[in-house]
Design a protein around this ligand. Structure first.
Ligand code: PLP
Length: 238
């Protein structure tokens, strides 16, 4: 697919305006909400267009695709977030190439990432992914596993626990969308109190439910389609 320079620039502008508008609507500071551009399946050229619009943080789900893109863009000082399902045998690629992992689910993954994080890089920023809608097939841990995993992650020197991430069951209804986000926000606050640890990242909200997530306290929204358009199939990102 040919990149459409203006389209991506305008889309980023629109999303940013929507964030500001939603922040005001729900009495929040727009600066407290970070935009992560989810570039999975989209080519390096599209990421460059977003970069030219001032975007610096990007999210990727598939390592086979992400690593070549990260390496191609190494000179641009971008911030890369891994948001996909993490296979334990692929943790080294994440530890070596990414700045953040938002989809941490197990102690085994955490220990491997901690051991594999290169010494010359700062600690890897981590969010624990919660399966908030308790869907069988969805990624993320169950709520009762959270305190134990969070405590163990806190002890790992090469990881830095920053917060929680979720991807709820999709809904088109605004009030319905708010419910799981409200739950996650409560859990986030409880966890901070329990651990006496200051967390700063509540990663929730995608293209279709961003406003509901902002209404419920998201500090980071992960936006793909609304910036880059529909995801492209096959390996056309190359
Ligand atoms: C793909 C993806 C997104 C972006 O979704 P859009 O609906 O395209 O905005 C956000 N978060 C995760 C975890 C994703 O996998």
């Amino acid at each position: 697919m040919k990149p459409e320079p203006l389209k991506i620039a305008q889309a980023i502008d629109t999303v940013k305006q929507q964030i500001v508008h939603a922040a005001h609507q729900f009495s929040r500071s727009p600066e407290s909400i970070q935009l992560l551009a989810v570039s999975k399946t989209h080519p390096v050229a599209d990421i460059m267009l977003a970069y030219q619009s001032g975007q610096r943080c990007f999210g990727e789900n598939y390592l086979q695709e992400a690593v070549p893109k990260i390496q191609a863009l190494r000179n641009y000082k971008l911030e890369w977030h891994f948001i996909g399902q993490l296979q334990s045998n692929k943790t080294r690629l994440v530890a070596e190439n990414f700045d953040w992992v938002q989809s941490l689910e197990t102690l085994n993954q955490a220990q491997r990432l901690n051991a594999q994080r290169p010494q010359q890089l700062p600690p890897l920023n981590v969010c624990i992914q919660i399966n908030i809608s308790q869907e069988q097939q969805k990624s993320g841990i169950e709520l009762d596993e959270l305190p134990t995993l969070a405590r163990l992650v806190m002890k790992l020197p090469r990881l830095r626990l920053r917060g929680l991430m979720t991807l709820p069951a999709p809904s088109q209804d605004f009030e319905q969308q708010r419910i799981p986000f409200r739950t996650l926000c409560t859990i986030y606050q409880q966890l901070q109190a329990e651990l006496s640890l200051e967390l700063d990242t509540l990663s929730m909200g995608m293209s279709h439910d961003m406003v509901a997530a902002i209404a419920e306290g998201a500090t980071l929204v992960r936006i793909g389609t609304a910036i880059f358009g529909e995801r492209v199939k096959s390996a056309s990102w190359q």
